[in-house]
Design a protein around this ligand. Structure first.
Ligand SMILES: Cc1c2[nH]c(c1CCC(=O)O)Cc1[nH]c(c(CCC(=O)O)c1C)Cc1[nH]c(c(CCC(=O)O)c1C)Cc1[nH]c(c(C)c1CCC(=O)O)C2
Length: 400
């Protein structure tokens, strides 16, 4: 009975948060905007972690059970997120108003026993910071109306944006989120990987074949490297700033584009920048803050990735955990990789799939997650079943 009220209370809380913020935020937050700065606390004054399972598992330290979270756990599958969205906030406003971003980031923590919060934002704020317009069009996805199609177009990019001035809102959100999470679970910051961002910047949005970015690589390899290096520089500074603001783990998403490349092109245009990010961030961020690399559709690269500075590699749903464990040895932890479509199944099927997955990965050096992410039509009850199954079954496995 009380349990049945939780979602209702969550929706009511979201509605109240929405009303309180509405007058203040409505129109003045077109990008770029002047925000009201929040008081950021220095790292040593932020609440200490109570449940640090996620950090330990990423770093390959012993855990009593497997920690679990879901990529895209904040978002449209939650009615309390849709309530805010339907109140008229556009997507980037929700990212840019720290109180809203924190509210949305914390919604999954209120509803689920998730072992991590990922800050609510989007990978495409980096192209915005570099001067490109990005719109989130409902039913379509991201749209960049003035894509980069020739080397001359690169002149339009701001290659050295002031991170605080352009993306300081995310640092506010991270710091505020740490204060509100109060040590319950770790807070994950993130960035898109350079090739993924470059794909969006050249394609101008989602694309079926990625032919524009692929042809850019053949026609203008030097200009591509120049752009990728500039994007990498911004990502490095951006990720370090996220750590300084309070992020306790950092994930890099190579989600779009790389899976369409030949292996030669992957190793020329994607891999070196992914590796460079980990290397440079590692120099600036203590070893206690794990770096996680997610490279979708490039299974052939796990072994080489395991020699970079990532602490953990996140597997897509097509990767075979047993094979990857062999390829990477004990060099990195693994994360993933339940097929998201399994979340549509009956609870006992989800439990069964989780059990199979745990047997393949083992319970150590492992963070359970989906192979890609939550879809907008997921049932929160089934996501809950996924999370609880991981926690219960892995605990039982460790007790025998
Ligand atoms: C490729 C990519 C993007 N954004 C992101 C990636 C890499 C991860 C992945 O592979 O999914 C990363 C991302 N985007 C979002 C998060 C927030 C944190 C989380 O809960 O994981 C994260 C980590 C929120 C979001 N980002 C987006 C939404 C939906 C926005 C809405 O319409 O309300 C959310 C909650 C929008 C978005 N942003 C992007 C796409 C393709 C879309 C979906 C468009 C659509 O389906 O309508 C680009």
């Amino acid at each position: 009975m009380v349990k049945a009220l939780v979602p209702l209370l969550a929706v009511a809380a979201a509605a109240m948060a929405m009303i309180a913020l509405r007058q203040r935020e409505k129109k003045k937050h077109a990008y770029p905007f002047k925000r009201t700065p929040i008081k950021r606390l220095p790292l040593d004054q932020l609440p200490r972690l109570k449940n640090d399972l996620l950090v330990r598992a990423y770093l390959g330290q012993k855990t009593e059970r497997v920690p679990v979270w879901c990529m895209r756990q904040a978002g449209r599958h939650l009615p309390e997120f849709r309530a805010l969205r339907e109140a008229g906030y556009d997507f980037f406003t929700m990212c840019q108003v720290p109180e809203l971003a924190v509210e949305v980031s914390l919604q999954p923590l209120r509803r689920y026993a998730t072992d991590a919060v990922i800050i609510f934002c989007d990978i495409l704020v980096v192209p915005q910071a570099m001067g490109m317009e990005v719109k989130m069009v409902s039913g379509v996805g991201p749209v960049l109306p003035q894509p980069l199609r020739t080397p001359e177009d690169l002149a339009r990019l701001n290659k050295k944006p002031d991170i605080e001035a352009t993306l300081g809102y995310l640092m506010d959100a991270l710091n505020l989120a740490r204060q509100e999470i109060n040590g319950q679970v770790p807070l994950i910051g993130f960035s898109g990987a350079p090739f993924t961002l470059f794909t969006y910047m050249v394609e101008g949005g989602g694309s079926r074949t990625k032919d524009k970015v692929k042809s850019f690589l053949y026609k203008y390899p030097q200009a591509a490297h120049e752009a990728l290096q500039a994007i990498t520089d911004v990502c490095v500074e951006y990720l370090i700033a996220q750590y300084q603001a309070g992020a306790q783990a950092l994930q890099i998403f190579e989600s779009v584009g790389a899976e369409y490349l030949t292996q030669d092109h992957f190793y020329e245009f994607a891999f070196p920048y992914l590796a460079q990010i980990a290397e440079r961030v590692r120099e600036a961020v203590p070893a206690t803050v794990p770096l996680v690399g997610f490279s979708k559709g490039t299974q052939y690269a796990y072994e080489k990735l395991s020699y970079t500075k990532y602490d953990c590699l996140s597997l897509d749903w097509q990767s075979d955990p047993t094979t990857v464990r062999e390829q990477v040895g004990g060099r990195v932890s693994l994360q993933g990789n339940l097929d998201s479509a399994a979340i549509y199944a009956a609870p006992e099927v989800i439990r069964e799939e989780v059990s199979k997955m745990l047997k393949k990965f083992g319970t150590q050096g492992y963070v359970a997650n989906l192979g890609h992410g939550c879809a907008p039509d997921f049932s929160p009850e089934n996501v809950d079943t996924f999370i609880k199954s991981v926690q219960q079954i892995s605990f039982e496995m460790n007790s025998v």
